[in-house]
Write a protein that binds this ligand. Structure first.
Ligand SMILES: *[C@@H]1O[C@H](CO)[C@@H](O)[C@H](O)[C@H]1NC(C)=O
Length: 285
């Protein structure tokens, strides 16, 4: 198996809030899985907004060059890991960035992954959600993200203004706590580092991955990671109840008006190389 690849097992399940105001149970809204997985996504082919050494290819090119394919019932999304490239004046390494056609505001969003890029210098894979408008006017939620030799996942929020998180009721370690672009945190936003080494990269892959669940309400954005074998039964039964999930890995809540800062997000999978984050900290890896 190529090391720079992502498998989607059961798939991505996007659920909508049930009608009760403070409910923690969800009913299934949309499912993205199997051979129809890619039908729910557009291929992004513009230059990388994070300045990576990458060329995002279109759907036909991705399919013809085996960057997207089915492996059994799983979806594979990979990168060109064999071509020798010249950095000076080069076009960047071929990769895939897909964005959901549908947008979502609040809900429970669940992704099941068997494999992700495994702690490799220069890589910056991510599963995240993003609103429209001038970045980050309608917010960004980074659910899975890391660079280079990272062994632990980083959760991150970005807003344009006015959003602070108190960094409590979570198993992860709070980094920066001001999410706003107009704050001292700037383009770094606010972040939480996962406590466990099976949340990202090589450690994640050796356990055949697992499930990430992101709950977005008016009061908080929480993310849980469940390793393979420890996925709550309510998720497997398509009737998730977040009150049974335990303490989340990250809990973004505090002086932040979620309904104003986060709106109409599309969900994105991509792998870029170097650029604004992986490139800038490359020397520290
Ligand atoms: C943290 O948990 C306590 C106890 O459940 C709760 O009262 C408080 O609102 C929570 N704070 C945040 C920011 O999640």
């Amino acid at each position: 198996m190529p090391s720079s690849s992502i498998f989607f097992g059961v798939g991505l399940a996007l659920s909508t809030l049930s009608s009760t105001a403070f409910a923690t149970t969800y009913k299934l809204g949309d499912t993205y899985s199997g051979s129809s997985f890619l039908d729910g996504f557009n291929f992004f082919t513009d230059a990388d907004p994070t300045n990576g050494f990458v060329k995002y290819v279109d759907q036909t090119t991705a399919s013809n060059s085996q960057l997207t394919k089915m492996v059994g019932t799983d979806n594979y999304i990979g990168v060109d890991y064999s071509t020798a490239l010249t950095v000076a004046g080069g076009v960047g390494r071929s990769s895939v960035r897909i964005e959901s056609k549908k947008t979502y505001t609040k809900g429970l969003f669940i992704v099941d992954l068997k494999h992700m890029p495994g702690g490799i210098c220069g890589t910056w894979p991510a599963f995240w959600s993003l609103g429209s408008g001038t970045w980050p006017q309608t917010g960004e939620i980074d659910i899975i993200e890391g660079v280079n030799l990272n062994t632990q996942n980083k959760f991150n929020l970005h807003t344009d203004t006015n959003c602070k998180t108190s960094g409590v009721n979570q198993t992860g370690t709070q980094g920066l706590s001001d999410c706003a672009l107009d704050s001292a945190s700037g383009t770094s936003g606010c972040d939480v580092n996962a406590a466990e080494a099976n949340t990202y990269g090589t450690g994640f892959n050796s356990a055949t991955g697992g499930v990430y669940a992101m709950e977005w309400t008016s009061s908080a954005i929480k993310v849980w990671f469940f390793p393979r074998g420890s996925v709550p039964a309510s998720i497997t039964a398509d009737a998730p109840d977040t009150s049974t999930f335990g303490t989340p890995d990250s809990n973004f809540a505090g002086a932040c008006d979620m309904d104003t800062r986060f709106k109409d997000h599309r969900f994105i999978f991509d792998t870029t190389f170097c650029g604004d984050w992986a490139g800038n900290v490359y020397g520290m890896s």
